[in-house]
Design a protein around this ligand. Structure first.
Ligand code: ZN
Length: 345
């Protein structure tokens, strides 16, 4: 199935949803689980069921897991690989911006067993709608760990690209329609993006029949990111670096941040021909957008992308938001897309 062929302006969430408070610490990014063992496995499945139900009843067309079964969009994947010591955590500066506690690469990395495939199969069993699964991109992976083995960001990125491709192929076989690679690092390390970033991303997506997306953003709504954004001036032109390269790449969909950002809309013309997943919901505020606000954003972007190629979405991960707010934001996204869909008829 062609995931974004779900009709005109199919909606999607980009990343996480808040987890239930009985499962995990809430309103934070790296919340600890409150259950363990078999209870944790069952709890994650119940949370996933609830996330699917809420997306469907709130009109989200391309359903995803809301990251209910993982703690972090990068480290949970890395922790499942051999060659990584996840008990040996180091605090490193990531995205050139803030310090985070991350696992350490201590030997050759490999994927001895699937990481998310069981969870994806379970998600597939819960809905008839197209499903999307997000994986970290190679560059963002190496920027979210401590490397004490390879000594080369590029070399390690190629290793991860191969591993990601194995996982992506199995996710596709499990029924995933759209595989999204999260590459927030593409908005930071421009030389690396040009030299090997896009090439390793294409390697990760090689040979897939599922649609492929790359999500590039300015980070979640945490203080370090909000403060960084305040230094970027009145026009955020970072996408200008990666978009021309992605336009020529094999990736089908480019996912970007828009609502309440200072990204000039006309930069979208740089990915002409690609599908665009546009973040029309701000995740850095508890204030819920009105449907008309969402519609306004979508009307503006339609000057730069064909309606057939637009996928209205949230900006990014909603994990730190109060649960009620995140759910209402999904409803606002759907209602805003519906307004514009009617206008296009
Ligand atoms: Zn993001």
């Amino acid at each position: 199935m062609n995931a974004s062929g779900a009709g005109l302006l199919p909606t999607a969430i980009v990343g996480s949803l808040p987890k239930p408070s009985w499962l995990s610490e809430t309103e934070k990014l790296w919340g600890d689980w409150k259950l363990s063992g078999a209870e944790l496995v069952e709890g994650k499945q119940d949370a996933l069921r609830s996330a699917v139900l809420e997306q469907e009843r709130r009109g989200i067309h391309i359903v995803s897991d809301g990251e209910q079964t993982r703690q972090h969009f990068v480290t949970t994947f890395i922790e499942h690989l051999s060659g990584v010591d996840f008990e040996r955590r180091e605090t490193v500066r990531i995205r050139d911006r803030y310090d985070a506690s991350v696992p350490t690469v201590v030997g050759a990395v490999s994927r001895e067993k699937p990481v998310f495939v069981e969870d994806a199969r379970f998600l597939r069993s819960l809905t008839d709608r197209p499903i999307k699964w997000a994986l970290p991109g190679p560059m963002t992976m190496i920027d979210t760990l401590a490397d004490r083995h390879y000594g080369s960001r590029e070399k390690l990125a190629w290793e991860f690209a191969t591993i990601l491709n194995e996982e992506a192929r199995e996710l596709e076989a499990a029924g995933v329609d759209l595989i999204q690679f999260d590459e927030p690092a593409f908005n930071v390390f421009f030389d690396d993006v040009r030299d090997w970033g896009v090439a390793t991303l294409e390697r990760a997506a090689e040979g897939l029949r599922a649609e492929t997306a790359v999500h590039i953003c300015y980070g979640y709504g945490i203080a370090a990111n909000t403060e960084w954004k305040a230094t970027l001036g009145s026009e955020w032109r970072q996408y200008e670096e990666s978009f021309p390269l992605l336009q020529r790449s094999s990736i089908d969909i480019v996912s970007l941040e828009s609502q309440h950002s200072h990204v000039p809309m006309d930069l979208i013309e740089l990915v002409r021909g690609k599908k665009v997943m546009l973040g029309a919901i701000d995740v850095a505020t508890d204030e819920v957008e009105t449907p008309e606000e969402v519609a306004h954003t979508l009307r503006r972007v339609l000057h730069f992308v064909d309606a057939e190629k637009l996928i209205p979405s949230t900006n990014c991960g909603m994990a730190p938001l109060p649960r009620r707010v995140a759910l209402e934001k999904m409803s606002a996204l759907s209602a805003g897309a519906a307004i514009v869909r009617d206008e296009l008829r």
